[in-house]
Ligand binder design. Structure first.
Ligand SMILES: C[S@@+](CC[C@H](N)C(=O)[O-])C[C@H]1O[C@@H](n2cnc3c(N)ncnc32)[C@H](O)[C@@H]1O
Length: 197
């Protein structure tokens, strides 16, 4: 899989179309996991155009969406307005972003795929940033050639990075994605639901 660096301009361009690049419907792993986590303060990393944030707000979560694409976050706010829910949007590069201690009931990372040093630092902060009983909901693409320094690591590498969270579900496998026009067809993904105990 290509490992090129994609800056915010790349994502602003991708999101500068009227329709939603990954659709308006939430990711289906998130839909499966959401009823299993405590309703409270959730942060969604690399939220993009807001499909997952808006879904969680509709369920009654207090949602903060982080992304470095201002175009994506503007569409996230438009989607929230369309569904008559409120979300907070925070424009930030994850490279400069810290997960504060004891801050979140849920951290969502759905197809975030930042550079590996960013991912490793945020994953290391996760266990302290989640409140006790809080949860991580994660799905990412996997490339079989990637090791820990790649952007598309295996579920086993990810499990190591989020230790000592208690993993209640972890799966790696090929599945068919039908999310807008960019996530279409069969992809290998890593899915994790994990809790701070
Ligand atoms: C494949 S899209 C996924 C968007 C969304 N999570 C979803 O599933 O619909 C990747 C997202 O990561 C964001 N992103 C990539 N690198 C980032 C970084 N360093 N800081 C903040 N956001 C970043 C992009 O702007 C884009 O919205």
């Amino acid at each position: 899989m290509t490992q090129e660096k994609k800056g915010s301009r790349y994502w602003d361009d991708r999101f500068s179309r009227q329709d939603y690049a990954y659709g308006e419907a939430p990711n289906d792993f998130l839909v499966w996991a959401a009823p299993q986590v405590r309703k409270g303060k959730v942060i969604s990393l690399s939220e993009g155009e807001g499909r997952n944030a808006v879904y969680l707000a509709q369920l009654g979560f207090d949602v903060t969406a982080v992304d470095f694409s201002s175009v994506g976050l503007a569409k996230a706010q438009a989607l929230a307005a369309k569904h008559q829910v409120k979300i907070k949007c925070f424009l930030a590069d994850l490279n400069d972003f810290q997960l504060e201690p004891n801050a979140w009931d849920v951290v969502v990372s759905v197809f975030s795929q930042p550079e590996s040093p960013i991912r490793q630092r945020l994953n290391a902060q996760l266990p302290k940033s989640l409140r006790v009983g809080g949860a991580l909901i994660h799905e990412s693409k996997v490339s079989v050639e990637d090791n820990a320094s790649g952007k598309y690591p295996s579920v086993e590498i990810l499990r190591g990075e989020i230790a000592p969270l208690h993993v209640s579900f972890a799966h790696q496998g090929a599945r068919v994605l039908a999310e807008g026009s960019y996530h279409v067809g069969s992809h290998t993904t890593a899915q994790i639901l994990a809790f701070r105990v």
